[in-house]
Structures are given as structure tokens and as C-alpha cells.
Design a protein around this ligand. Sequence first.
Ligand SMILES: [Zn+2]
Ligand SMILES: [Zn+2]
Length: 273
Amino acid sequence: MKPETCFDARDSGQTNVVLIDSHAHLELEPLVNYVPAIIERALAVGLIGIITVGIDIDDAIAALKIAKEYDMVFASIGFHPHNAKDVHDGSLSQMEELCDNPKVVGYGEIGLDFFRNRSPHDKQLAVFGDQIHLAKMKNKPIIVHLRDAYDEGLAMLEKYGPFPRGGVIHCFSGDESDAHRALDLGFHLSVPGTVTYKKNDNLRSIVAEIPDDRLLLETDCPFLAPEPLRGKDNEPAYIIHTARKVAEIRGVELQALGWLTVNNAINLFNLPL
Ligand SMILES: [Zn+2]
Ligand SMILES: [Zn+2]
């Protein structure tokens, strides 16, 4: 994509800033009740794309419905590790069928969450493996969710690689060695609003070092609103605060950071933008 092709889409005072939210949940409460207003505010800060992530069958269908309504919204679908306990062969085939919709640009979020432990670990590991297979079979990049499970999750990815379509560790919260392992696998690292939180020096030092071609931005809305909006329901427009912080950390202009991350998202998810 060339810069001049999308200067007309914003009216924000943020002249020429373009951004993509690579991980949102527009179909979740409460955002699903205000989608038109949320899209309007997103356009106003320069967003040209949003990937909304469906985390079980019903949620995937809801995500696709929104993606069909808006050219700038795309869907990624898969069973979140919280929902692993409910996954069986039939539901996996149902998810597989939904993948054939042209608006599905990625598979996931899939992975391991050993923090909340809403599904047993062995079930989470099995479902993660099955879904990595499925994503590779459907030729989709994968969106990986890892929480308190970087070692186990990266070991799975190392075992199941290579990943010709690539992937992203979303909402990256690992340490430096986790970052290197993910980068060695060819993965992108996606930075959420937590990078603005006061105590997050660890993430800021990693964000400074992510290679230019592997960096993505996300909100994970309605969760994790960045400062100065922490505690509110997050939404894609708030990604501007995350983008400003990441630009500051990396010592680049906001506009340049925007273009970089937009191009990375377009390339990884093959977005028709
Ligand atoms: Zn997640
Ligand atoms: Zn998410």
C-alpha cells in the first residue's frame, strides 16, 4: 500500500496517521452494542483496518457478521484457550467451515492460558495442537494467546513449525528470551495498551528491540485500555495512545510507526487494503 492511497479516510487532526488494530473483540459486550459509533471514532484517529477475533463458534459467527458489514473490519476465528474444555471434533469442523469465508484473515486466538485456568491444562494443550494443525491446513496465519504459559506455548510452536503463513503472539507479555524464540519462529509480536502502564518497563524494553518488520499494534478491546483511559472499556480508537507510546519508545515519528505497523498487518493477514 502506498501512503497517498489512503490520506482521505481520516478527519482527525492526526494528519496522515494510519493505523490497524490487529486484535479487537467488537462482537463482545459492551462493544457490540455501539459498533457504528466505534467505527466512526476509529476512522477519526486514522484506523484503516480492524481485525475482530471470535473466540468460540457463536462469537466467530458474530465477528463475521460485523466483518461483512464493514469493509475495514476483518475476522480471525478459533477457540480461545478458555473455551478449550468445550471443544470436540464436531465443533472443530464447524470452525473449519467458517474459515472458508473470505473475510476470515487469520486463525485464532488459540494458545494456552495458565493464569485463569478456565480449561484443564492437558485439554488446552491438546486443543492448541489440533488448532495449529487446522490453521496450517486452512493456510491461515495464527494468532496466539499465551498467558503464564510462554515456555509451554513456545515449545508447542517449535514442535509444530514451520509456519509458512506466519503468525503473531498477541498481547505480548513474555520476557526477552520468549521474544527471541517467537521471532526465531518467524512470528510477529503485537503490542497492546499495557505498554503505557507505569510498571511495564519490561515490555517497553522489549518493544524497543522488536525488528521493524515484526511489530504489530492492538487494543484487545474491550480489555486493557491504555493510559490515560485505563479502567474504561477499551475500543479501537484508543490504539492511538499505544501507538504514540510505542513511537516514543522506538524514537520514531508517530506517522512512520503507523505506516510500518499497517504494512506489517497487511502483509501478515494478506488484507485487501
Ligand atoms: Zn488473548
Ligand atoms: Zn483477545
